[in-house]
Design a protein around this ligand. Sequence first.
Ligand code: AMP
Length: 279
Amino acid sequence: SFTYNISNLQMKIISHKKKLKKFILGERNLGFVPTMGAIHKGHLSLIKKSIAQCNKTIVSIFVNKPQFNRINDYKKYPRVLKKDISLLKKIGVHYLFLPSHNQIYPDGINKRIKVHPFSKKLCGKYRPHHFESVVDVVDRFIKLIHPKKIYFGEKDMQQLKIIEDFIKKNHSYVKVVACKTIREKNGIALSSRNFLLSFDERMIASKIYKILRMRKNNLIKKSIYITDIKKKIFTLGVNKIDYIEILDINKLIKPYKNKVIYKVFIAYFLGSTRLIDNI
Ligand code: AMP
């Protein structure tokens, strides 16, 4: 580990488990924001919330290989560590954890991790075992860090719900804090994968957001059908749609609240970049 001291702020950068333990041993009110890096305003909103709610904030950057289904998606995933470090330092993060694969998986992955069957729906249909791998890595991080609060974005709603369920059952002392989706002015949900999009692809993504936004109520009332929306989206130049589904987010995992909140869930490809959103 080493300490950077550009600007006035100090942020401890830690890449070894043992050092991590030493640094955070005495922390009683630690907020934890796990990320895969290529930090953007979506991440920063989670981090700001943690800084406001906790004594100290730890951010991790770890591109978790087991959760990728396509090797090219893993290889092409944006990695801009220097820029990330300066953003995190500026915003006042106390600890940055940057472990290697071997630090996290000294004995390989956990093949017996149990996650809620909702993990088989939506993205789970198209990315087998993706959510098991996500939960596995979150479980490992929680055991190393023992945070009081852990922050996740609603942009990845299915992930959020599955992790909430897992943490409630396995690490009940950790509070999961859900954070609203941050969007660009044109409606696109911020995402590290947006760095891979061309200008034209961004325009298409913005149009898709606007279509779903405008048609959401008609879709709920069934005055238009998902097949019609799909046709429209294909004409914009999208080559593949994994799914569009309308679901009540309070019924995704039981026990649920009575209040009905519908969201349109979408996963689609622009070129070889797969994007997800819920509106
Ligand atoms: P990632 O680095 O993509 O794994 O994301 C790390 C965390 O940031 C996850 O909890 C995401 O849900 C959250 N996140 C990513 N994009 C956004 C966004 N546009 N708005 C809010 N949270 C986000």
